[in-house]
Design a protein around this ligand. Structure first.
Ligand SMILES: O=C[C@H](O)COP(=O)(O)O
Length: 250
């Protein structure tokens, strides 16, 4: 039985006072009617504040990206070990904004996935197709290639301590959500692909959906066999909205 995870990717949003209000509201609002694992991904400067507030609570936290090198002259970058220093358990790798805005290739993402595990973090591998790729019938080929890059570098065993987030690019921040059926189809494809290599790993890995998830559509998504939670952007910036999504798992 895979437990639902609801993860909030705050992207480049926030301030110290916003973190105080938002994270405080989430921690205070979580209750037994929300049988979920919860994680937040703040901008790196707020990690110490998140650590201080969330330590000992139900909320885990992680980094939005990492540089795969252990240290060195990489101005502006953050290493996995630095994330671990601030109590991070998770790190996002390959978010579509990293791929499109910062030029991360499938191979770059695989390198970050490997580095995350080397440094003791659980990578959340983000994959998904663009609108044009979906319309061209390439969705499965695109997500397969994104997964294959990691498989080629790290092998199937690496997926034992990892999550996958399927985020169709056309649904991110657009208000367009994949229908539960569309999302389920891709999630089943991903699980089948991993299960063909290792049935236990394919069966236990959590596959989150991301793309305009809100409290109004969360329950319908979470009811699908292969949708094990959500990676939430916009709706994770307000405690009430985020808690409403957590409630969708009850
Ligand atoms: O990481 C989260 C995704 O990019 C989804 O963002 P969104 O919920 O604002 O569409």
């Amino acid at each position: 039985m895979r437990k639902i995870m609801v993860a909030g990717n705050w992207k480049m949003h926030g301030s110290m006072s916003m973190v105080e209000t938002l994270l405080g509201g989430v921690i205070d609002g979580l209750d037994d009617t929300m049988p979920v694992d919860v994680a937040v991904f703040p901008p790196a400067p707020y990690l110490p504040q998140v650590q201080a507030m969330a330590n000992g609570s139900r909320v885990a936290w992680g980094g939005q990206t990492l540089n795969p090198n252990e240290q060195g002259a990489y101005t502006g970058e953050v290493s996995g070990a630095m994330l671990v220093d601030f109590g991070c358990r998770y790190v996002l790798v390959g978010h579509s904004e990293r791929r499109t805005l910062f030029g991360e290739s499938d191979a770059d993402v695989a390198e970050r996935f490997e580095a995350a595990q080397r440094d003791g973090l659980v990578p959340v591998l983000c994959i998904g197709e663009t609108q044009a790729q979906r319309e061209a019938g390439e969705t499965e080929a695109v997500v397969a290639a994104q997964i294959d890059a990691v498989l080629d570098r790290c092998g199937i065993a690496a997926f034992d301590q990892a999550l996958v987030a399927y985020e169709p690019v056309w649904a991110i921040g657009t208000g367009l959500t994949a229908t539960p059926e569309q999302a389920q189809d891709v999630h089943a494809f991903i699980r089948d692909k991993l299960s063909a290599l290792d049935g236990r790993i394919g069966g236990q890995i959590r596959i989150l959906y991301g793309g305009s998830v809100k409290s109004s559509n969360a329950a319908d998504l979470f009811a699908r066999d292969d949708i094990d939670g959500a990676l939430v952007g916009g709706a994770s910036l307000t405690a009430g909205d985020f808690l409403g999504i957590c409630r969708g798992a009850s």
